[in-house]
Each structure stands twice: as structure tokens, then as C-alpha cells.
Design a protein around this ligand. Structure first.
Ligand code: GLN
Length: 288
């Protein structure tokens, strides 16, 4: 069996299983198994070893079951870096790159410390540490498994000494570190799906990604409320709070922020959907 034969067989199986992206998925998974670039799969058309055939068929079977590619190959590219992922963490989304870019746009030389709430695989904290070489980040997540993966990613990307990963519930594990009133920015891509919409998510997401990373409570805003009420205790006056948000949440999140934040901005993603909300904490709300 050559690479082309394997591709044809895989594309047939994926199409039968109702996978819409059958061709690109088949190519992607084969690239991973045989360590060739996409065009080489076609140009070299080399025979597969028995081991490669077994591995490829196993991958295709998992994909036919709607498991996301990132979990099958165990990694996902985000901005310029490759992150290790498994089913204990959300797969990094390109939309989240907008969030990272916005934090960077508002950063300044004077920035020293940031917080990320709900770090998952660590993509946001690690990308920010890469782009802003002068900052230190405290990143929390309630899931011990997520913290383990985030630490692994930070180590692989050489950012371990710049990020402190702490397992625990949101801000609770940050008290006692002397961070109150001294943090320049807080960033989060919290769970924001409405509980009642969880069961109508695409099968790839619903059956494989961690529910705790997705479910934002009855109106999807549970975590925004908690973060918005805690953030002022940590931020320096006029420090930034930046969120990723779900569809149609911009207005509600803005309203929640209005009491203690000013200069609130809503930023669209590349599909022109409202994706990021950010604001600066009012002096009267922050610990001076
Ligand atoms: N911060 C991680 C990400 O953006 C995880 C977010 C989450 O689990 N809700 O991918």
C-alpha cells in the first residue's frame, strides 16, 4: 500500500462516516504518520510499512468516530507555536489568537505582571510570555490535568521560568502571593457556552472536549461575573481586563464591566464576529 492508496482508502472511510473535511483530514493524519509534507504524499507516493498502515488506520478510525484531529495527533498550532493537547484541555482556537493580539496591542514597556484565569493547555499565557519578554504571568486552572499539560507546554517552549502555573479555583489560589493591586493585566477565555446549548454543540466538541472548559452556566456568563468582581482587587489602577467572549455576549459582558471598568472596547474576529471585550479598571474600584 502506497501513500496514495492509503489516502484513497481513508477518504472513502471518512466520507462514509459523514466527515465533511475528509480529504484534508486524511492528508493531515497521513502526514503525521509518515512524517512527509502534504505535497510529498503525492509526489513520492512511497510504500507504507506495516506499522505505518496500522497506525494510520487507527487514526482514521478515531477520526471516523468524530474525534478531533488535534487529539489524535496530540498537538495543535497556535500563532507560531505547537502546543501539546489531550482530551483534558480545550483545543486552542484561532479566534483566541485575536485575544492574545489585543492584550499585546495594549501592552507597554512598564508592564511587569499578568494573570490568566483558566489557562487550559496554557496557550494564552505561553504565547503572551513569548511575545512580551519582560512580563511574568500567574496562570490558574481548576483542573490538575490541565495544569500538568500547561507546564509541559511551557517547558517545551522555554517559558517555564516566566509563568507560574497554579492549580485551583480562579482567584482563590492567588491570594497570599502579594499580587493585590499590582497586576497590569488579567486575561481569560472562560467557559462561555450556555448550559442548555451544550448538547447541541457539534459532535466533535460535545463528545471529546472537556465540559468544564465549555459550560458557562445558565446564561453562559457565570465566569465573567466572577472574574469581573475579583479583577479590581488585583489590577493596578487603569490595568486591563481582557476577555474572549462567545456569540452575542459582548453587550452583556460590557454591561457587567461598566461599574468598575472604563474605556471598554469590543473587538471583532476575522469573521467579523464580536470576539473580545476589554476595559481598564477605574481608579475608585482598584486597590491603590
Ligand atoms: N485558555 C485556554 C484556551 O483559550 C482554555 C480555555 C478554556 O478552557 N475555557 O484555549
Amino acid at each position: 500500500m502506497t501513500t496514495l492508496d492509503a489516502l484513497h482508502e481513508a477518504i472513502d472511510s471518512l466520507k462514509t462516516a459523514g466527515i465533511e473535511t475528509a480529504v484534508t483530514d486524511a492528508e493531515w493524519l497521513l502526514e503525521d504518520v509518515v512524517s512527509l509534507l502534504r505535497h510529498q504524499l503525492y509526489l513520492q507516493n512511497r510504500p507504507l510499512t506495516d506499522k505505518e498502515i496500522i497506525r494510520y488506520r487507527t487514526s482514521i478510525k478515531r477520526r471516523c468516530n468524530h474525534e478531533p484531529i488535534a487529539y489524535i495527533i496530540g498537538s495543535k498550532t497556535f500563532l507560531d507555536w505547537e502546543f501539546v493537547v489531550d482530551t483534558q484541555v480545550l483545543i486552542p482556537r484561532w479566534e483566541t489568537e485575536v485575544l492574545v493580539n489585543e492584550v499585546c496591542k495594549h501592552s507597554c514597556q512598564g508592564w511587569g505582571v499578568g494573570i490568566e484565569i483558566g489557562t487550559g493547555s496554557g496557550v494564552i499565557a505561553i504565547s503572551l510570555a513569548k511575545i512580551l519578554p519582560h512580563i511574568k504571568i500567574y496562570a490558574t486552572d481548576i483542573s490538575p490535568a490541565a495544569i500538568k499539560i500547561a507546564r509541559l507546554n511551557a517547558e517545551r517552549l522555554g517559558m517555564s521560568d516566566r509563568i507560574v502555573f497554579i492549580q485551583g479555583d480562579m482567584f482563590s489560589v492567588l491570594s497570599g502571593l502579594g499580587l493585590e493591586g499590582s497586576v497590569d493585566f488579567i486575561v481569560s477565555n472562560p467557559p462561555y457556552i450556555l448550559s442548555k446549548e451544550m448538547k447541541s454543540l457539534p459532535q466533535d466538541v460535545r463528545d471529546f472536549e472537556p465540559k468544564e472548559a465549555l459550560d458557562g452556566g445558565e446564561d453562559g456568563l457565570d465566569y465573567y461575573r466572577k472574574i469581573i468582581s475579583n479583577a479590581p482587587n488585583y489590577l493596578v489602577p487603569e490595568g486591563y481586563l481582557t476577555f474572549e467572549i462567545g456569540l452575542s455576549q459582548a453587550k452583556s459582558v460590557k454591561e457587567l464591566m461598566q461599574e468598575c471598568f472604563f474605556n471598554i472596547q469590543i473587538i471583532n474576529d476575522l469573521c467579523q464576529r464580536e470576539r473580545v471585550v476589554l476595559g481598564q479598571v477605574r481608579r475608585m474600584c482598584s486597590l491603590d
